[in-house]
Design a protein around this ligand. Structure first.
Ligand SMILES: Cc1ncc(COP(=O)(O)O)c(C=O)c1O
Length: 360
């Protein structure tokens, strides 16, 4: 059986060595030494100024919206994971969907301006599969209309653009360290900002708003993460280079073996390198893609329609909206298995199946 994803696990003795420290200290959560150490190491690794380790990537988005005091309408992408949209609604704002670019699959920056109204407070865009949005254009629009920018960078761990961390763009970037991500802490998330005042506010929000044992500086929630999760993050960080290398090898193998498949890949930002977080392909037709899914399943090979359906026309709590490119792409896109323990032979097998289905 080949699953679409399997989490990376560090060698057990490495994780156990962190557990021994936790047992000695009996400090399990509330910004413990491992969580602090993880933040310092990630800041260094990612080359960012300020970073907070939080519960997960969803709470990170909610905290970002809260910290920026966003109200009214937030311009966003319909081609993302549900959390990007649901967090906007959860924070009592209205998502305004803008169609995506057919090559990058990110929000089409050229279509943002026509959707701006006097109620717009921000742009919340996703770097889909880790592929950077048109951050320069989005920054120019945000400046012109005095809007805040949040990037849902859940997929973009380790991505750089023009030699700079992608997390450095926008007012706040959020990341997910969920077990399905290329780098994970079991559950977990990150908040990144260049602004020290915003960092301070986010740190208060993460801890119920506490400013000392009896004072509250902000309206807060529990956005903290535990020492056990930090331990997984620290252990996995030791392997990040080999994780990256292995995923790159698998990706290049797919590229080579699937060059005759009638399908295309999203086009990556020209000033950035892929972090190999997913292997999406866009088929010529939904019918052919469904046939591939069915036949791969019959051989116990599992894929994922990610992202499908469009968030703009599938949520009962929002007015439905048709967006031509998103609807079209979402119907034809499929992510193939990609994870550290996948073998090159398994990639060959998946490719053989796909080509056989096409040629039959
Ligand atoms: C684009 C995107 N945003 C947000 C999230 C939410 O992250 P988490 O699962 O850590 O809450 C995910 C998770 O899959 C995601 O893919």
């Amino acid at each position: 059986m080949i699953l679409v994803n399997k989490p990376f696990l560090p060698p057990l003795p490495i994780y156990q060595s962190y557990l021994e420290g936790i047992w000695k200290r009996q400090w399990l959560t509330n910004m413990g030494p491992l969580a602090n150490d993880l933040e310092l190491r990630l800041k260094d690794f990612l080359k960012v100024n300020h970073l907070l380790f939080v519960t997960n990537g969803t709470v990170a988005i909610q905290m970002a919206i809260k910290a920026l005091d966003l109200t009214g309408e937030i311009i966003t992408t319909p081609f993302s994971f549900i959390a990007t949209t649901s967090c906007i609604v959860w924070e009592n704002c209205k998502p305004v969907f803008v169609d995506i670019d057919k090559n990058s699959l990110n929000i089409d920056a050229d279509k943002i301006e026509v959707s701006i109204t006097e109620k717009t407070s921000a742009i919340l865009a996703t770097h889909v599969y880790g592929n950077p949005c048109d951050v320069e254009k989005i920054e120019r629009i945000a400046k012109k209309y005095n809007l805040k920018v949040i990037y849902d960078a859940a997929h973009a761990f380790g991505v750089e653009i023009n030699g700079r961390s992608i997390f450095d763009y926008g007012d706040i970037s959020t990341c997910s360290l969920h077990a399905t991500k290329l780098y994970h802490s079991t559950e977990g998330g990150l908040l990144i900002t260049k602004d020290p005042n915003l960092l301070k506010k986010l740190a208060y929000i993460r801890n119920f708003g506490f400013d000392g044992p009896e004072n509250f500086a902000e309206l807060g929630i529990n956005g903290k993460n535990s020492e056990f999760h930090a331990a997984m993050g620290l252990a996995n960080l030791k392997y990040i280079d080999s994780i990256h290398q292995k995923r790159k090898e698998l990706t290049l193998r797919y590229d080579e073996k699937l060059k005759n498949l009638k399908a295309v890949r999203p086009i990556w930002h020209s000033n950035s390198e892929n972090n190999y977080s997913y292997y999406p392909i866009i088929f010529e037709s939904e019918a052919f893609m469904l046939k591939c899914i069915e036949q791969l399943n019959a051989h116990e090979i599992f894929t994922r329609r990610y992202f499908y359906p469009s968030l703009a026309n599938s949520l009962h709590y929002l007015e439905k909206q048709e967006l031509e490119i998103t609807d079209n792409i979402a119907r034809r896109v499929l992510c193939l298995p990609l994870y550290y323990d996948l073998t090159l032979e398994e990639v060959d097998l998946i490719a053989r199946h796909l080509l056989r289905i096409q040629n039959n």
